[in-house]
Design a protein around this ligand. Structure first.
Ligand SMILES: [Ca+2]
Ligand SMILES: [Ca+2]
Ligand SMILES: [Ca+2]
Length: 277
């Protein structure tokens, strides 16, 4: 038993960062539906999507600085966004990511209480009608975004963590941001806007509970597969690091680009590890 426990500890410690980069949001905010467009929540602890009882729409905007996040020579192969949902009275509803098409801002507005009604917008905030309060406007009220979702909807029920990706997800958007073929304005996140009470409250980058803040994970295959952890040495730590991601079914472990992780990927890794860089 102690042998296996020892292996598990090694796997966790040796493979923590290999093949995966985890980054926090650079900004996030809520668009609160209002005719005057003077409501926002730039530095609040929460953000919202869906329809309130009023009814009134909420949409979340979020952005991550992905540029330069991967090691030199790495092949980008997957991305996932994870958010924590912390309050709702709605049942299970679909929540989708849409690529934002216009730059937007996060000002100093800070909603009180449960934050559902927002706060007076401050200079530079995104609102329902402004991408940058109170000087610039979205082309369309409620934000400018690609109509088609960037990933299959997450089905959001009770409080907890929810993810989009990494196998079928926001990968294409992040790839376009990384290679410069599309401007990175992040995503507009939509709840179920078809009717009824569907509002979901998520936690923002300002949330005091660090584990509940939004995270974007980028999955990559290093330039030298044998040196999986990128420390310049090829040794057993690289095997353990790869095994960590292989066990977790991570896109970074799909070395033969087959769309899934299985024993063929392990064989390919071991062949490259034996051959060295
Ligand atoms: Ca924020
Ligand atoms: Ca190494
Ligand atoms: Ca594979």
């Amino acid at each position: 038993m102690s042998y296996f426990r020892g292996i598990a500890v090694l796997v966790l410690s040796a493979g923590a960062n290999a093949g995966i980069v985890t980054i926090g949001a650079s900004k996030d905010n809520t668009l609160y539906e209002s005719g005057l467009g003077d409501v926002s929540n730039g530095v609040g602890q929460h953000c919202f999507v869906g329809l309130t009882a009023e009814p009134s729409l909420r949409r979340t905007v979020i952005q991550f600085d992905v540029e330069g996040a991967l090691p030199a020579g790495a092949s980008f192969v997957g991305a996932s966004l994870r958010m924590h949902m912390s309050k709702t009275i709605a049942g299970v509803t679909p929540v989708t990511l849409h690529r934002a098409l216009t730059e937007w801002g996060e000002g100093a507005s800070d909603a009180a209480g449960e934050e559902g009604v927002g706060a007076p917008a401050e200079q530079g905030d995104a609102t329902w009608i402004h991408n940058d309060y109170n000087t610039y406007y979205w082309t369309q009220r409620g934000g400018d975004f690609a109509p088609a979702p960037s990933a299959p909807a997450a089905l959001v029920g009770d409080n907890g963590h929810y993810s989009w990706g990494p196998w079928h997800g926001p990968y294409e958007d992040v790839a376009a941001w990384l290679d410069g073929s599309a401007a990175n304005h992040g995503w507009v996140i939509l709840g179920d806007e078809s009717g009824g009470i569907t509002a979901k409250r998520f936690d923002t980058r300002e949330n005091p509970t660090e584990a509940n803040r939004p995270v974007l994970r980028l999955y990559y295959i290093p330039a030298c597969v044998a040196d999986w952890n990128g420390d310049g040495l090829v040794n057993t730590n690289d095997v353990l690091g790869f095994l960590n991601e292989w066990s977790a079914d991570a896109p970074s472990a799909d070395l033969n680009a087959s769309g899934n992780v299985n024993s063929l990927d392990m064989i390919e890794f071991l062949n490259k590890w034996t051959a060295g860089c």
